[in-house]
Design a protein around this ligand. Structure first.
Ligand code: URA
Length: 436
């Protein structure tokens, strides 16, 4: 078999056989097929696509390129949620303890901030002492003890994706539904969950900008996940505005604590409850979505989800007392107010622009090696639909240096639009696709 023939076949729009994909994945991981040939193949896939069987075969071959988390010996059910990434998206931090308090087991492997989207690991690391580098033994032990553990990906999980994703990133081939499906799903299946809930974000602040693209990805994740033997739900959610009122690594820990204590913003709780409820249904903890939604309210009202969060922080080395001492005080020295330019109603705060501005502040990063900071970001005093007078403070923006605020400021200002009419308030849940 020759790589060039496989590239030619895909270039001409033909379907690749499993053996051909296996040859490519093995050859690439072993270093026998060079980057330039894989780049050409990725671009051919980008333009010609892959049918469902090819996508499923690619996912499985990528999964088998590395090790799979062994959760045997621990009583399930294991369920996880994956988000395609957003701005102010702290939902994993809230829903993991909610699902854990309801009796599900959550083996959660998360990512870091990249580009305009935030990362769960960076948020967790803003809690002093909290470690996200768990080896397999500790990951297992913590899940057994606390029903949940939060970690980064180990180096042995899906090595094919590490190489392929890095190459896609520099060859403009990230935005391909079959490639995204295989990348996300191979990693999620490797972490050992029986059931998966995908939050496929859609809109300017998301990876998928249009509903049609989000729907194509959601369908692909659900169908492919089903073939891999998983119970799968995809929820397409709106990511036009930042989620909640706080955007920033530590700031989002604060909003997580508020949510777990029953004081979460309505938009955050709408999506969190829905995703958690699907996790409980997909894992069999609850029989119906209505029952699961009631269960979500119960674990917030009785404080049990909050207790699971505190337990997880302590177990993973976090300083629980810092949750109090940093609350409201972990703020970088430089602060500037975003003011309403005119009187009216806030029509929109553009999540994408806020996410990009956050990179200048040190909320997110351009390159995986860039540092991020705990004490920077945005605290919104007004959000979409709120009435403002000219000059009212809409958000406080925190940075470590004035120069960072200067660099971010044109984006921050451009993110805000104010108009005369109150905008219609809409549900953030756009569509749900289930395979249970
Ligand atoms: N996230 C991933 O893990 N992989 C992709 O291909 C895109 C987003």
């Amino acid at each position: 078999m020759r790589a060039v023939d496989i590239i030619m076949k895909k270039r001409d729009g033909q379907v690749l056989q499993r053996e051909e994909l296996a040859f490519i994945i093995k050859g690439y991981v072993d270093g026998e097929i060079p980057d330039y040939q894989i780049s050409a193949l990725l671009m051919a896939i980008f333009f010609k696509g892959m049918n469902f069987d090819e996508t499923a075969a690619l996912t499985e071959l990528m999964l088998k390129s590395g090790s799979v988390m062994n959760l045997s010996g621990i009583q399930g059910p294991f369920v996880d949620k994956h988000s395609t990434g957003g701005v102010g998206d702290k939902l994993s931090l809230i829903l993991a303890p909610m699902a854990a308090a309801s009796g599900a087991k959550i083996p959660m492997m998360s990512g870091r901030a990249l580009g305009h989207t935030g990362g769960t690991l960076d948020k967790l690391e803003s809690i002093p002492g909290y470690t996200v580098q768990l080896d397999e033994q500790r990951f297992r032990d913590y899940i057994q003890k606390d029903n949940m553990a939060m970690t980064g990906q180990t180096s042995s999980i899906v090595p094919a994706d590490k190489k392929l994703y890095a190459l896609r990133d520099v060859t403009a081939t990230v935005e391909s539904v079959p490639l995204i499906t295989a990348s996300i799903l191979s990693k999620k299946v490797a972490e050992g969950a029986d059931a998966l809930v995908f939050d496929v974000k859609c809109g300017p602040g998301a990876f998928m900008k249009t509903f049609e693209d989000a729907e194509r990805l959601a369908n692909s994740l659900v169908k492919t996940g089903q073939v891999m033997g998983k119970k799968v739900v995809a929820v397409i959610t709106d990511m036009t505005e930042p989620l909640g009122r706080k955007v920033g690594n530590w700031f989002e820990i604060e909003e997580t604590m508020e949510a777990l204590q029953g004081k979460g913003p309505a938009d955050v709780m709408e999506v969190t409850d829905r995703l958690t409820a699907w996790m409980l249904v997909a894992s069999g903890v609850c029989k119906t979505l209505d029952e699961a939604l009631l269960q979500c309210r119960k674990v917030i009202a009785d404080g049990s989800a909050w207790q699971y969060f505190l337990r997880n922080v302590a177990t993973q080395g976090g300083d629980v007392s810092s949750l109090d001492t940093l609350n409201g005080s972990c703020r970088a020295a430089c602060v500037r107010e975003l003011k309403a330019p005119s009187a009216g109603y806030i029509q929109s705060v553009d999540a994408y622009k806020i996410g990009l501005a956050g990179v200048y502040l040190g909320v997110g990063r351009n390159k995986t090696t860039d540092p991020v900071f705990a004490d920077v970001g945005f605290i919104f005093e007004k959000i979409k639909g709120d009435q403002v007078k000219a000059g009212d403070c809409v958000a406080k923006v925190y940075a470590r240096e004035e120069a960072a605020l200067d660099a971010a400021w044109s984006l921050v200002e451009a993110s805000l639009s104010v108009g005369p009419d109150k905008p219609e308030s809409k549900s953030l849940i756009l569509k749900e696709i289930t395979a249970l």
